[in-house]
Ligand binder design. Sequence first.
Ligand code: GLA
Length: 417
Amino acid sequence: MKALSLPLLLGAVFFTHEARAQASVKPAAAAPAKFEQLARTPQMGWNTWNTFACDIDEKLIRQAADALVASGMRDAGYVYLNIDDCWHGERDAKGFIQPDPRRFPSGMKALADYVHARGLKLGIYSDAGAHTCAGRPGSRGHEYQDALTYAEWGVDYLKYDWCDTEGLSAPGAYTTMRDALRAAGRPILFSLCEWGNNKPWEWAKDVGHSWRTTGDIYPCWDCEFNRGTWASLGVLPILDKQANLRKYSGPGRCNDMDMLEVGKGMSEDEDKAHFSIWAMLNSPLIAGNDIRSMSAATRKILTNRAIIALNQDERGIQAWRFMNDGQLDMYAKPLAGGEWALMFLNRDDKPRRYTFDWNAHHIVDEISGSQVHFGKQRHGYTDLWSGATGDTARPAALTVPAHGVVVLRLQHQASGS
Ligand code: GLA
């Protein structure tokens, strides 16, 4: 680490002095930028925080890597294995961060090798302030050193938090780390975790690949869990905070609704709805349950490839609520190839029967320019949870479970079919 990074650092210092000495000469180097080709569709993976918080070590990470493979999650797209807060030890005498020697005795490079050997990528966590949210060393003042360290270890993903940042400019702090990652040279996906405090959707599209839009998630349908100075939010409160953000989402940049709570205690219908909402709204799909011991039902939800395909659609258009009827919300998402996804979301405590008349709706997306009239252009559809099929020649008689969804994928049928 030191052999590689010190000369680079000295080079950076020298360059700064040189640049000062030649202040009238404009540097020819291109402006730093994020790595553009990462996360063209929302990133998918697993993260330690929701289940394990600070109780993590290298054995858990290896087991999680094995579980991602054995469960079929990797093959369904979950390739990032992300270590959240609390992996840190001390900084060494030169300021380089070390992993906690008790919990990660083999070191991060060895762990990255283990993860990479299984076709996965390794994510790590830091914070723009001097301390992380759990009080570990943050990156403030060490951004370039930390980026070099992550690159040297073989890290592929950085989640960058916002604790202990009083007085800091969010665009400034995140841009500094983006530039540090770029300077370190290894393509590292940059996930901003600033909770939406400084409207990152307005300034972060050239800084990172995703930005959290809200505070932390909590595994409940429609609750807020008070934690004193802040509250964690259930599925519906997070959903409702996304209403005006869809225009900021697109390939390579997305609104992050926080990690998934599928398999963490909600009902099966709630889990299906939570997963479908995150997929429809183009949020990263980062599982947070204990994937080593999950039930078959949880695994089936997380690996529903038809739902995942909506999230990973190449157009990257975030769904919007095009109508609602009482407690029933209807969301639409235009897809590649002129296809559409519709999600009927029942917020209510009891199941809802609903007949959707295809003739009554001309759906127009002002942001992407897509529009469709299912009554006039006959479409066939598949219910992505039940597998049932139908077409838009007749009204759809739906039963949407309590706290649940029906998600349909529609494809235009050539006339005469
Ligand atoms: C913040 C983040 C969480 C998690 C914790 C770790 O609360 O929003 O996602 O990373 O910090 O301390």
